[in-house]
Design a protein around this ligand. Structure first.
Ligand SMILES: Cc1cc2nc3c(=O)[nH]c(=O)nc-3n(C[C@H](O)[C@H](O)[C@H](O)COP(=O)(O)O)c2cc1C
Length: 184
């Protein structure tokens, strides 16, 4: 890739937002990581809150290095998992003026109630949440044993719509942070 193309690349941290034994987040998260990994404009870092992965950096250093974040989040009792909230709360300046998108899953609601609540949390942290969301209702029925969604084309379209918007915000906010310190 030439230098001009690299300038248009953004560093995307994808957070796997469930640490539960037997969790489904790896299926959804790995699918999304494959979608993001196919794009030339994305430099991907998948952060698993449950398991160290050999990356020597702390969670804070990895979010600090990111130009954009996607949270892969299930719905627990109409909200998000407590462990995810603890991870979000453990950082502060690292979130500021960064775009955050969501891939959600769950039962009937597709995890969307968790997403709406996370928007409030990220607003407090001066992050900019992205309108486009990828959502899977009855996710365990949607994904086949091969780890791919049954409606693969539709799901890939939704992922790319999110990643397109994320790219716009990631590059715009990176430029803005470089030019003017974010006022807090
Ligand atoms: C404690 C708990 C509460 C849940 N509450 C909801 C809920 O309110 N709405 C929903 O659609 N699914 C709910 N579910 C189903 C989860 O979204 C589903 O089990 C999903 O796979 C959880 O993600 P995980 O397996 O990656 O932890 C709940 C699951 C758990 C474990």
């Amino acid at each position: 890739m030439n230098a001009a193309a690299r300038q248009d690349q953004y560093r995307l941290a994808v957070i796997l937002g469930s640490v539960r034994e037997g969790r489904f987040v790896t299926t959804v998260g790995e699918w999304f990581a494959r979608q993001a990994g196919r794009r030339e404009d994305v430099k991907l870092d998948v952060i698993d809150l449950a398991r160290p992965d050999g990356d020597a950096r702390t969670f804070g250093e990895r979010i600090d290095a990111a130009d954009a974040v996607v949270v892969v989040v299930p719905e627990y009792n109409h909200s998000f998992p407590g462990e995810l909230k603890a991870a979000i709360d453990s950082l502060k300046p690292q979130w500021r003026a960064k775009p955050v998108g969501f891939v959600s899953y769950g039962g009937r609601g597709g995890g969307l109630r968790a997403v709406e609540q996370l928007r409030l949390v990220f607003a407090e942290l001066h992050a900019a949440t992205i309108r486009e969301t990828v959502s899977f209702h009855d996710a365990w029925r949607e994904f086949g044993p091969d780890g791919e969604p049954r409606r693969a084309g539709e799901a890939a379209g939704a992922a790319n719509a999110l990643l397109d918007q994320l790219a716009w915000w990631a590059l715009a906010l990176r430029r803005a942070r470089e030019e003017v310190p974010y006022p807090v």
